[in-house]
Design a protein around this ligand. Structure first.
Ligand code: CA
Length: 329
């Protein structure tokens, strides 16, 4: 009897132990760290982006924030160029253009934009003029989108004294160039006042009077023109610290209808400078933030890219700035 009870007990224990053994399961996968594609350039500080699509490659033109310490004013002596065929992996090319390439300029390699015309590449830049007080716009030219670029005219294209809508000496900065479908080229620029003028087909001379653009509330600087379908879009830096706002028109000459904020304050930076391109069927908003850490900020900025999307009525959806950025195209 005792032996039987013992057997029952052992059997119960075996059953009990067997029942409590957990069923083997596959190990739980560790959470995947998302790829943080913004900022897109992480080994140096880049600012004031412009981009150009040529031969199915994206060329990204930037300023170079070289301030040794964040919080002091801009230290910018050269421009940089990068290229990519997927919008995520960027190859830097040798420095294509420096202040020293403009004999008549003495500093401040500020915002710029490059464009292709008839197989040549024209790069419009903001600088400090050496002899005419104030900022100025120069233009460089090259046979390849990555340069090397050289001063195209040996003097400024626009000097401070040519525009008098404001008394400030830094209103002639932030050039944006646009070639319309009919082949007419235009240069837009400005600070607190927005200006534009026709460019001659040679791209290195203004053609006609400089016009002041109205209808852009709280215009600070950084105009960018793009066209989609029958609509022209003029985006710009709004207020200060800067958001990005935009206006639309059926004509490059306006009138411009203000459409609201396109991008909010860009993290950790008091400026906000945009470029808008289409590449392989998608639209991109390229801008800068002070988000590259450590030591990023308003004078040590970094270029970021996020998607740009349109509403069915052709207005723009507000940009969503992300750390992840965009996916490879
Ligand atoms: Ca002026």
């Amino acid at each position: 009897m005792i032996r039987s009870l013992l057997l029952v007990g052992i059997s119960s224990c075996l059953w009990c132990c067997t029942a409590e053994v957990p069923t083997p399961q596959a190990p739980v996968a560790a959470p995947t760290e998302p790829a943080f594609n913004n900022p897109v350039i992480k080994d140096k500080f880049t600012a004031d982006p412009a981009a150009l699509v040529y031969n199915d490659t994206v060329f990204l033109y930037t300023g170079h924030d070289e301030a040794a310490v964040e919080g002091r004013f801009y230290q910018m002596n050269e421009w940089l160029v990068f290229s990519s065929t997927n919008m995520v992996d960027w190859q830097e090319h040798p420095v294509p253009l420096r202040i020293a390439d403009f004999a008549w300029a003495k500093g401040d390699a500020w915002a710029s934009q490059a464009i292709e015309r008839d197989g040549k590449f024209y790069w419009y830049v903001s600088v400090e003029h050496a002899t005419i007080p104030g900022k100025a716009i120069g233009v460089a030219v090259a046979d390849h989108p990555t340069g090397p670029f050289r001063d195209a005219i040996g003097q400024a294209l626009v000097t401070n004294d040519q525009t008098t809508a404001t008394d400030i000496f830094w209103d002639d900065i932030d050039p944006s160039v646009f070639v319309d479908d009919d082949g007419q080229a235009y240069l837009f620029w400005g600070n607190t006042k927005a200006y534009y003028a026709r460019l001659k087909p040679n791209m290195i001379e203004l053609d006609g009077a400089i016009q002041v653009i109205e209808g852009l509330p709280h215009f600070t600087e950084a105009p960018w023109i793009h066209k989609r379908g029958d609509w022209y879009y003029l985006s710009y830096a709004y207020q200060f610290p800067e958001k990005t706002a935009y206006a639309m028109s059926r004509s490059i000459h306006g009138p411009w209808a203000y459409k609201g904020i396109l991008n909010e304050l860009a993290g950790n930076s008091n400026t906000n400078h945009q470029a808008i391109i289409e590449y392989r069927g998608k639209s991109y908003f390229i801008y800068h933030t002070g988000g590259l850490q450590p030591f990023g900020g308003s004078y040590r900025r970094s270029v970021c890219i996020d998607y740009l999307n349109y509403h069915p009525d052709s207005t723009l959806k507000r940009v969503v700035m992300t750390s992840e950025g965009i996916q490879k195209q």
